[in-house]
Ligand binder design. Structure first.
Ligand code: HEC
Ligand code: HEC
Length: 350
C-alpha cells in the first residue's frame, strides 16, 4: 500500500516537472520569435531558397500623406454661384468619351479615353496627376509652345495630344464647365504656389538606360491582365469608351502627349499602377516603372506634327525624344536615358 502511494507521488512530481519544462520551452520560443531574435535554421533547406526571393526590394510610401494636397469637400459645391458648371465639368473629366468620344453625345472629337484615365478620380488624387496646381499657376509661360498659356489652352493640349483629338471651342459650354471645375478644385491654393503632391511623382533617375526588354516582363506580369496583351485595353461592349484604357495603338495618346515622355509615364505608374497602387502603397519599384515605360513607349501609336513645339530647343526636357537638341546626346538617349549625363550637361551649360 505504502509502496504504491510513493510510486504515485513520484509519478505526479515527474509529470509536473515535464509540464513545467514544456511550458518553459514553448514560452521561450514564442518570446524569441516576437523579440525578432533569429532562430537557427532547422535544416539545410533555408539555403536552397532562390536568390530572387531573398532580393525582393522593399517598396515603401513615396511621400508623407499628411503633407499632400487634397481636393475641397465636394459637398460644398452647392454653395458656389456656378455650381451647375462645376458639376458638368467634373462629369466631363470623368466620362469624357460619353460626351466627346467617337460616339460622343455632344461632339465626336476624341479617341475614347477619359481625362480621368490619367487624371485619376477626376483629378483629385495626390500624385495621381491631379489638378491641384492649375488654378494657382496658370496662365503661365510654357516652353513647349513658347507662349503664355491659359487653362483653356492647356486643356486643349490634352485633347489634341493625350486624347489624340480636336480642340474644344474656347467659349463652348463644355470648355466653360471644365475650366470652372478645375478652378474650383484649386481655389484654396495660394496664387503662384504648387502644393505638395500635385501633378506627377518624380521617379529618381537610374544610372542606366531604361530597358524595354525588362519592361516587357513587367508588362506581362503586372499590366497585361487589364490593358491586354496587344495593349489595346478593354472597350466597353457598347463602344462608348473603355473599361481598361489602351496603352498603345490607334486609340492611345500620340507622340506629342506628356505620357510619351518616359519620366511622366514612369512617375504616373510608379504611384498609381497596377490599379490599386497609390503613393502610400506603391507596387512597382523605380526600375520597374522606368522599364515598363520604355516598353510601352516603344510600341506603335499615333503621331503628331511637333514642328512648332519647343521653339527654343535648349528648353527641351531631358526626355523629349525628338531632335534637334541643344546638346550632343542622341535621340535614343533622350528617349531611354541614362538621363543623369544629360542633366549634368544641362546644368554645366547654364
Ligand atoms: C493619356 C493621359 C492623359 C489624358 C487622357 C489627359 N491628360 Fe491632361 N495631362 C497628362 C499629362 C501627362 C500631363 C502633364 C503632367 C505633368 O507633366 O506634370 C497633363 C497635364 C494636364 C493639365 C496641366 C496640369 C498642370 O498642373 O500643369 C491639365 C489642365 C490637363 N492635363 C487637363 C486634361 C483634361 C481636361 C483632359 C481631358 C480632356 C486630359 N487632361 C486628359 C495626361 C493626360
Ligand atoms: C486591375 C487592372 C489594371 C492593371 C493590372 C493595370 N492597370 Fe493601368 N489602368 C487601369 C484602369 C482602370 C485605368 C484608368 C483609371 C481610371 O479611369 O480611373 C488605367 C490607366 C492607366 C494609364 C493611363 C491611361 C492610359 O491608358 O494611357 C496608364 C499609363 C496605365 N494604366 C499603365 C499601367 C501599367 C504600366 C500597368 C502595369 C504596371 C497597369 N497600368 C496595370 C487598370 C489597370
Amino acid at each position: 500500500m505504502m509502496q504504491q502511494f510513493v510510486k504515485l507521488v513520484t509519478l505526479l512530481v515527474g509529470l509536473l516537472g515535464l509540464v513545467t519544462a514544456l511550458v518553459g520551452v514553448v514560452g521561450f520560443v514564442v518570446f524569441l520569435s516576437y523579440s525578432g531574435v533569429q532562430l537557427p535554421a532547422l535544416s539545410e533547406k533555408e539555403e536552397s531558397i532562390p536568390q530572387a526571393i531573398a532580393e525582393i526590394p522593399v517598396v515603401t510610401a513615396l511621400a508623407d500623406p499628411a503633407e499632400m494636397w487634397r481636393a475641397p469637400d465636394w459637398a460644398t459645391v452647392e454653395a458656389e454661384p456656378n455650381a451647375a458648371d462645376i458639376k458638368y465639368g467634373k462629369e466631363l473629366v470623368a466620362n469624357t468619351s460619353e460626351y466627346l468620344g467617337p460616339k460622343g453625345k455632344v461632339k465626336a472629337i476624341s479617341n475614347g479615353m477619359n481625362c480621368q484615365n490619367c487624371h485619376l478620380q477626376a483629378g483629385t488624387v495626390p500624385l495621381g496627376n491631379n489638378y491641384g496646381a492649375v488654378f494657382s499657376t496658370y496662365p503661365k509661360m510654357r516652353a513647349r509652345s513658347g507662349t503664355e498659356e491659359d487653362i483653356q489652352k492647356r486643356i486643349n493640349d490634352c485633347f489634341e495630344r493625350s486624347l489624340n483629338g480636336q480642340p474644344l471651342a474656347r467659349d463652348s459650354k463644355e470648355m466653360v464647365a471644365m475650366v470652372a471645375y478645375i478652378n474650383w478644385l484649386g481655389k484654396d491654393v495660394p496664387k503662384g504656389e504648387t502644393p505638395k503632391g500635385s501633378g506627377i511623382y518624380e521617379v529618381p533617375l537610374l544610372d542606366r538606360a531604361a530597358d524595354p526588354a525588362k519592361g516587357k516582363l513587367v508588362y506581362e506580369n503586372q499590366c497585361q491582365s487589364c490593358h491586354a496583351a496587344d495593349g489595346q485595353g478593354m472597350p466597353k461592349p457598347d463602344g462608348t469608351g473603355y473599361l481598361y484604357p489602351p496603352l498603345w495603338g490607334k486609340n492611345s495618346y500620340n507622340h506629342g502627349a506628356g505620357l510619351y515622355r518616359l519620366s511622366r509615364f514612369a512617375g504616373y505608374v510608379r504611384a498609381n499602377m497596377p490599379l490599386g497602387a497609390s503613393f502610400e502603397n506603391p507596387i512597382l519599384t523605380d526600375e520597374e516603372a522606368w522599364d515598363v515605360a520604355a516598353f510601352v513607349n516603344s510600341m506603335e501609336r499615333p503621331g503628331k506634327d511637333l514642328s512648332k513645339d519647343w521653339p527654343d530647343i535648349s528648353k527641351k526636357p531631358m526626355d523629349h525624344p525628338f531632335g534637334p537638341f541643344a546638346d550632343e546626346f542622341t535621340e535614343e538617349q533622350h528617349k531611354f536615358g541614362p538621363f543623369k549625363p544629360i542633366q549634368e550637361a544641362k546644368a554645366k551649360s547654364k
